[in-house]
Design a protein around this ligand. Structure first.
Ligand SMILES: Nc1ncnc2c1ncn2[C@@H]1O[C@H](COP(=O)(O)OP(=O)(O)OP(=O)(O)O)[C@@H](O)[C@H]1O
Ligand SMILES: [Mg+2]
Length: 350
């Protein structure tokens, strides 16, 4: 006979878990995190890092959502609005469709994969997405966020990785997934789900192979058991991710480098952030050389563009001491320097 357990919500309400399948007592389909007839959050809820109360090997952060820091991240990333809308809709859909539709006909795994060059905002978008999704479902939707530390599991050399993966996905993540809606960030997922077809026979491939197998098996189990669990994975190296993992993703989005308009917005945002504390720096936004500097940023990633503003303060000590003195000329010089450096790196790696 199937084993039956009870998951207890913060307010004492229980949900039945039968044979590992959670049955929400809500005939209307699912309303994430809101125990039927209630709207309360867990008692003692705080906010910010580690407010989610999950501390375990392989977990970098856990927090209650929506989280104000993460909501700011969502707004701070300047990408095509359609891409952002699609990403958010996919996350919402995951929580509305998965508890209701026939899994055999519509196989949704609750996995979104963001790929792209370093510094294009993938991790920020993933964290922001978790918070925005929770916000859409309402303040009392009881969403939790977990962030996995992939390197803690990549101990293939010690022969532990398969066990660590099973422990992390099968236990550490499954437990909070029983309690309410959960968004899990799998940053740098290629370390966790390495492409088995590319493993070199010299580099202890058996363990890595088994670890990838374990990730896939656990994902299938989790997808079947927890319709209120969403993984958001990121990677700089999509070709290093196992094809079977990519195939399980419900949506794969390529986050590209910022275009000219986005470059201007990112640079403006960074100058404004400086000008909040050093108002004198704000004047460069109306200087014609600012536009030239912004246009020159095309080809740089968002992280490098933001770093140009502090870098521009390093050409003379007086500006470093008093960033109010920052000029558009220094900013232009910093962009030219950055472009020169990145062209040099590209040349070397060719
Ligand atoms: N499109 C963008 N708009 C605004 N800021 C951006 C953008 N892309 C990156 N940034 C900024 O760059 C920094 C790095 O972002 P993030 O860590 O999210 O990038 P990433 O793609 O995950 O990088 P990596 O692949 O190296 O992990 C953040 O400060 C972020 O605000
Ligand atoms: Mg990242």
């Amino acid at each position: 006979m199937a084993a039956s357990r009870q998951a207890v919500w913060g307010d004492g309400h229980t949900a039945s878990i039968c044979s590992g399948k959670e049955t929400l007592m809500n005939s209307n389909g699912f309303r994430p995190g809101v125990a039927p007839g209630t709207g309360r959050t867990r008692p003692g809820a705080q906010s910010g890092a580690m407010s989610g109360g999950v501390e375990a090997q392989g977990i970098l952060d856990s927090r209650l959502l929506p989280d104000s820091e993460f909501l700011k991240l969502w707004d701070s990333i300047i990408v095509d609005q359609q891409l952002k809308d699609r990403l958010l809709s996919q996350a919402i859909l995951s929580f509305t469709l998965r508890p209701t539709v026939d899994k055999a006909a519509i196989p949704l795994h609750g996995v979104i994969l963001l790929v792209g060059e370093p510094g294009t905002g993938k991790t920020s978008l993933a964290r922001g997405l978790a918070a925005r999704t929770a916000e859409v479902f309402g303040k009392n939707s009881n969403f939790t966020y977990l962030e996995v530390e992939p390197h803690a599991l990549a101990s293939a050399a010690l022969g532990k990785s398969q066990r660590a993966v099973t422990e992390l996905l099968g236990t550490t993540i499954a437990e909070p997934a029983l309690r309410g809606p959960l968004v899990v960030l799998l940053d740098e997922v290629e370390t966790l789900a390495a492409d088995r077809s590319k493993l070199s026979l010299e580099a202890n491939p058996i363990d890595v192979h088994r670890a990838t197998d374990a990730v896939l098996a656990q994902l299938d189990q989790l997808a079947a058991r927890y319709p209120r669990l969403l993984f958001v994975a990121t990677s700089n190296f999509p070709r290093a991710i196992d094809a079977a993992f990519v195939s399980r993703a419900d949506l794969v989005l390529n986050i590209g480098m910022p275009n000219a308009q986005a470059c201007t917005q990112i640079l403006t945002d960074a100058v404004q952030a400086l000008a909040k504390h050093y108002t004198g720096a704000g004047k460069i936004l109306s200087d014609s050389r600012f536009r030239t500097a912004a246009e020159l940023c095309v080809g740089l990633d968002g992280r490098r563009i933001r770093k140009i503003v502090p870098a521009a303060c390093t050409f003379d000590k007086e500006t470093a001491l008093d960033p109010n003195r920052l000029t558009a000329e220094l900013l232009l010089r910093a962009v030219q320097h950055e472009k020169g450096v990145s062209a040099g790196i590209q040349e070397e790696t060719r």
